[in-house]
Design a protein around this ligand. Structure first.
Ligand SMILES: [Zn+2]
Length: 269
């Protein structure tokens, strides 16, 4: 953060606190009254992006008060987390100091914090609602008999072998209905976070909407085609697992689950 941007930064921090009970651990400012200005890792553009992404989540939830009730207050910090772009725990979201973050990552991590604030029960409810289940034993069987699109204990780095089919992941997570994607790290927690991100983005014409659409449209590509954002995969083969009816994500059980959740039609306590 440049010294000239401090007013903007302070105003944004005040809005985040006042409207959403979100605190940012700032890392810019004077070390001491006579010292040098410390830029820190945050940029003005990032603060802006973060604020917008949180606004989109609150809008999708039906307002600031619901957002505050769902999340119960969150502190955001920047941290070195190796290869992870973000992490979330109860009342805490961390964003990587390596490179910048996307609006998608912010929404994804806030979804985890929402789940955490309900004892990680929301992702269990999603799993059940969509007809999924978690079984490491069945997953191993599937891999042993050659029904997996992965190696025996790892994903392979080639099209059609990354471990995207139901149960073909480290957790043995057999997702039900149609998520917008899956990989070796997929489990009910990631499913919930991605489902919330899709819900917050789909058809709302916000910063994330193009990305949500790109996630769905990739399954219209031929096998072996390279997608600008997602690389090469056997897209046609995966369409039956991930491409929603008529290409409309709001027809999926996941969209309906998050909608039921934010409309208060699902008991969460
Ligand atoms: Zn995640």
């Amino acid at each position: 953060m440049e010294r000239s941007e401090v007013q903007f930064a302070e105003a944004t921090l005040a809005k985040l606190k006042g409207n959403y009970q979100v605190d940012i651990l700032s890392d810019w400012g004077y070390e001491n009254p006579d010292g040098e200005w410390k830029l820190g890792t945050w940029t003005k553009a990032e603060l802006d992006r973060l604020h917008n992404a949180i606004t989109f989540v609150a809008d999708a939830m039906g307002g600031n008060e619901t957002f505050i009730r769902n999340l119960g207050g969150v502190t955001i910090r920047k941290a070195d987390m190796g290869s992870h772009g973000g992490e979330a725990l109860l009342h805490r979201v961390s964003l990587s100091t390596k490179g910048t973050f996307s609006s998608w990552t912010v929404v994804h991590e806030f979804a985890h914090a929402w789940d955490a604030n309900h004892g990680w029960k929301l992702s269990r409810l999603l799993e059940k609602y969509t007809g999924g289940y978690t079984s490491p034993v069945l997953s191993l069987v599937k891999r042993l008999v050659g029904l997996s699109d992965s190696g025996l204990f790892n994903p392979e780095k080639k099209p059609g072998r990354c471990g995207r089919r139901p149960g073909c992941n480290a957790a043995g997570y057999f997702y039900g209905d149609k998520p917008s994607g899956s990989n070796w790290k997929f489990n009910r927690l990631e499913d919930f976070a991605e489902s919330v991100a899709m819900y917050v983005s789909w058809g709302r014409n916000n910063d994330l909407s193009n990305w949500a659409e790109a996630r769905i449209k990739r399954y219209l590509l031929e096998n072996g085609t390279s997608d600008r954002n997602f690389g090469v995969d056997n897209w046609t083969d995966y369409a039956k697992y991930f491409y929603p009816e008529g290409g409309d994500y709001s027809k999926t059980l996941r969209w309906r689950f998050v909608d039921d959740l934010v409309q208060g039609r699902i008991r969460t306590i």
